[in-house]
Ligand binder design. Structure first.
Ligand code: 13P
Ligand code: SF4
Length: 323
């Protein structure tokens, strides 16, 4: 089926982009891959139609940054963290911050809906990804403002710890005093990694390196040897060949690094850390979409409301300028 997919992609001059968490059957034939920031940059530069295999916010970001090309997704799978940042609740949090006279700029992790990006863009805020969060946060703190960081409280708190500034979650005692005030959201996949998993591996293999994504809890990140975005994790693994490692991120990526780079890699958790949303897309779904395009009945073309597009673009562009 991979050959049929490749032939249809070629026939219609369509670029296939895939996030690292996609199944191998798709990832292995993709034209473009990368972490969220790299994918946003690469897809923004395209001049031809795009099929994006990932979660909805990724296809939406590609469309917002590059509105003149058609963007399709085989599955409109929604990241559970993005779903936690429900617009009404975000607006309620912003109202609370304003009522407390807090001088803040909102930063939304790119794992959020276009509508939430638009709310943030309208307030003069911007997006960030796991690979540039520190840079974006420094930029705002240097302006003497506090930050409302959403939706991932773990990423917000981890960045605060790395930078030596204070953080809290909105609603916690004295949250008003923190430099970075976080929305109460998290990733359901990265929350499975626990300090006891690190203790287990360290005891079993004293020389093991612990490598995790910054969506893991602050306790886990503090105990890790390396914390980074998916691309940064891959680079770390490549730069340390033959080192035994236990990795705390999505299963498909961990298994692929074990297959392609280093056989001495372990999954950090005791359960399989699969992202259900990323795994919704299969090679068969991709083929079905391409067949429909070939027959002149395309579906799942990403569209973003004009009013949302304008402000969401501001938030994304401000990030791009700083990256
Ligand atoms: P990256 O930007 O590090 O690829 O992360 C995307 C993501 O969804 C992690 O859960
Ligand atoms: Fe969203 Fe977590 Fe899946 Fe990443 S791993 S797409 S943050 S649910």
């Amino acid at each position: 089926m991979q050959e049929k997919v490749k032939a249809l992609l070629k026939k219609h001059n369509i670029t296939l982009a895939a996030h690292y968490y996609q199944k191998d059957e798709i990832f292995d034939i993709a034209d473009l891959s990368g972490d969220s920031l790299e994918l946003a940059k690469k897809t923004a530069a395209l001049k031809n139609p795009l099929i994006f295999c990932g979660v909805s916010f990724m296809g939406q970001s590609a469309k917002i940054l590059n509105p003149n090309i058609p963007v399709y997704m085989p599955k409109l799978a929604c990241c559970s963290m993005a779903r936690m940042a429900e617009e009404g609740k975000v607006e309620e949090n912003i109202k609370t911050l304003k009522e407390n006279n807090i001088d803040f700029i909102p930063i939304t992790y790119i794992n959020s809906s276009a509508k939430v990006k638009a709310i943030v863009g309208e307030l003069g805020g911007l997006t960030c990804t796991s690979s540039n969060a520190k840079k974006i946060v420094s930029h705002i703190l240097n302006q003497g403002k506090k930050i409302f960081f959403l939706p991932d409280k773990n990423l917000g708190q981890n960045i605060a710890r790395m930078m030596g500034v204070s953080s809290s979650v909105i609603g916690d005692i004295n949250f008003q005093e923190a430099d970075i005030i976080c929305y109460d959201g998290h990733c359901s996949v990265h929350q499975v990694f626990m300090p006891e998993h690190i203790e287990f591996y360290k005891e079993k293999f004293p020389d093991i390196k612990i490598v995790v994504h910054p969506e893991c809890s602050p306790e886990v990140c503090e105990m890790a040897d390396f914390v980074g975005s998916t691309s940064q994790i891959i680079n770390y693994v490549k730069e340390n060949p033959n080192k035994r490692m236990a990795i705390g991120t999505e299963y498909n990526l961990v298994q692929r690094m074990k297959r392609d780079i280093n056989p001495n890699i372990y999954v950090l958790s005791s359960t399989k850390p699969e992202c259900p949303s990323m795994n919704e897309t299969s090679l068969e779904e991709l083929y079905n979409l391409l067949k429909a395009i070939d027959e002149g009945n395309p579906y799942n073309e990403i569209e973003v409301d004009k009013s949302v597009q304008e402000n969401a673009l501001k938030a994304l562009q401000r990030m791009m300028e700083l990256s």
